[in-house]
Design a protein around this ligand. Sequence first.
Ligand code: UDP
Length: 494
Amino acid sequence: MIAELSSTVRIISPSHHVGLDDYAAVGALALPVQDLRAHAAIIVPRFEDRTIWMVNSTAQGGGVAEMLPGVVALLRELGLAVEWVVAGSDDPDFFRLTKRIHNLVHGEGDPALTRDDRTLFETVSRRNSDALAARVKVTDVLVIHDPQTVALGAMLKESIGLPTIWRCHIGLDRRTPETSAAWKFLRPWATACDRAVFSAPEYIPDYLSGKATIIHPAVDPLSHKNRDLSIHKLVGILCNSGLIGEQAPPRSPPFEHRARRLQPDGRWAAATEPEDLGLLFRPFVTQVSRWDRLKGWRPLLRGFVTLKERYTHDGKLEPIGLRTIETSRLLLAGPDPEAIEDDPEGREVLDELRDDYLALPSALQREIAILALPMDSAKQNALMVNALQRCSTVVVQNSLREGFGLTVTEAMWKAIPVLGSSAAGIRQQIHDGLEGRLVRDPEDPDEIARALREMLADDHARDRWARAAQRRAHHDFLIFTQLRRWLEVLGEIG
Ligand code: UDP
């Protein structure tokens, strides 16, 4: 359900199919739920008749939109009045600018932000803040997510005076001229907020050091993206989404929108064309992400090609390890291009990847699948990602930069071995050799190939990494820890 406050500001009712009792019924989750309830009993009474407004810029796509429905629904169940507002813009220049700011915070792009950029940022934010102003009260709490909404937050803080928290999900662990340009641009609005929340201490700009705190992002273990799938359910999802051929008798009808696969002639067609992917039998190396240059797609593709060229005749490997490498396939999956029409950079990145793929010899093209996942239904998209991650022998996140990297957490929780890059957010989650493997340089195909060789050839090490990763995710990166931290932060300001 959606309520429109203006053409660009909407209140969204997240659909969430499980409640705290459902989590508590799962053995390993009972204690964290109990702990969360105990915290809520202390904090929640202080927020009677007050609304917590969570504001971000998109309802779908990316880590923030992934987390908010669960956070909003469970905070509500704990007794808080929480509303989720999406404040966007119909001006593509606004998102082009915010994408530039996003990249600059990660140290990439042209640092020259102009007076016109500031005017555009302020105009869109002013319009959105005016649309929301009639709904918020001085006793409410405003939580604004990421740079896209920071000026809106500062404006509401100024006009209404309510406590305002800026939750910034991105960051880099060093300062460069690019990051400095972004932080300078954001400074007037960021400093107007009462508190700031970051995913890692290294990300906090100096001017926020006194009022910033850390909350790790987290996954929801019972969401469609992460919940356990029985073998029948998993095969059913693959079948319904067109990722494997039809099986008889069908248990449920096919999804209306199905996955598509890039073909050797450059068309998008059924995922089972020109032949079955082999998801149920082959060892898959999988990356699922947005089509963003910073996700390291092209070097990953080159790394896999190097693996196939260099290590399929490696005499030092045991036969089983060699066979795993020989039969392995690479799966690169992201949003269907139809869903990213308003994301020019995403289309460019996908086009570049497509060109790389089309230039490969056909024997290698057969070993690599580039998949477009429909975004029309959030639930079906989540189930597809869940099933694909579970079908993988290794999940990769080869990001050049990463604020956190929920895809890593998702694989850790599922006990799927992860190959990450040493981008700051991924290093928060994985210590190299302990909870998975990390490549030092995600732009070096040789290093990626060596790491994949090592991972694919060693079943025992994969099991070890996977178990340690699941333990870490359970302890630090489940939604309960995140919610408890939110209650603590609210307690401090309320
Ligand atoms: N994702 C998805 N479908 C896709 C691509 C990505 O559901 O086609 C999800 C992915 O599973 C993860 C989120 O989008 O939950 C991406 O979050 P992450 O923190 O990895 O990166 P971000 O996109 O926020 O940079």
